[in-house]
Design a protein. Structure first.
Length: 73
């Protein structure tokens, strides 16, 4: 069903984001990211107590390409 849209202001869109107005069957944004984090990096909550005596994050990656998105458009 067609939509009537007034003024639109876009401040920013991320690298893997999609902005679309109107009819669409499927939207498939694609992006690839690799995240390295040590022990206790993604913990959230109130009153959280974390004790990591020794934390080592191995970031050595000898692959040439991990996740290719070429040709997936």
């Amino acid at each position: 069903m067609p939509a009537i849209v007034g003024a639109v202001q876009i401040n920013s869109i991320g690298g893997g984001g999609v902005f679309h107005i109107g009819d669409v069957f499927a939207i498939s944004p694609y992006s690839v990211a690799k995240t390295f984090a040590g022990a206790g990096s993604f913990n959230t909550g109130d009153g959280l107590h974390i004790y990591n005596q020794y934390s080592n994050t191995n970031t050595n990656d000898h692959d040439i390409a991990d996740s290719n998105v070429v040709g997936n458009v």
